[in-house]
Design a protein around this ligand. Structure first.
Ligand SMILES: [Zn+2]
Ligand SMILES: [Zn+2]
Length: 134
């Protein structure tokens, strides 16, 4: 599909509206928006890839966060299959989903974009990134 529409104006009124996060969740369910997290030595790297929930332009967002969560990270990073049933489960569950806030960074034109902003249509949304199995 390659229908051309006029460029959407840059969003300034409600850049953090929940509807973008809501739509992003639907798009994740449909498989068009992909969010993955990879933990390496206690550092969580996330990649979010797919169309922006507002402007539908393709974005790719990569972030790296250092997360210190005691032993759970090391256990998960080493070998998830050896995580004991007892004790570590709550932390392991918490780590399996990483909340990522993504700001649209499409390279397309959106009229009204501020001079100090180089990309995107102005919105941010949150997604839950699944930790990819090793
Ligand atoms: Zn865009
Ligand atoms: Zn956008």
């Amino acid at each position: 599909m390659s229908e051309e529409q006029g460029p959407l104006p840059y969003e300034t009124a409600k850049p953090l509206a929940y509807e973008w996060t809501d739509r992003a969740a639907d798009m994740q369910d449909e498989g068009v928006l992909v969010a993955v997290a990879v933990t390496t030595d206690g550092v969580v790297g996330t990649t979010v890839r797919g169309p922006c929930p507002r402007c539908a332009h393709r974005i790719e967002d990569q972030q790296v966060d250092t997360v210190v969560m005691g032993g759970a990270v090391a256990v998960l990073g080493a070998d998830a299959s050896e995580v004991p049933d007892v004790g570590a489960a709550p932390d392991a569950l918490a780590l399996a989903l990483v909340r990522v806030v993504v700001t649209c960074s499409c390279g397309q034109e959106h009229p009204g974009r501020p001079d100090d902003v180089t990309a995107g249509c102005g919105i941010s949304f949150a997604v839950l990134a699944d930790e990819t199995p090793p």
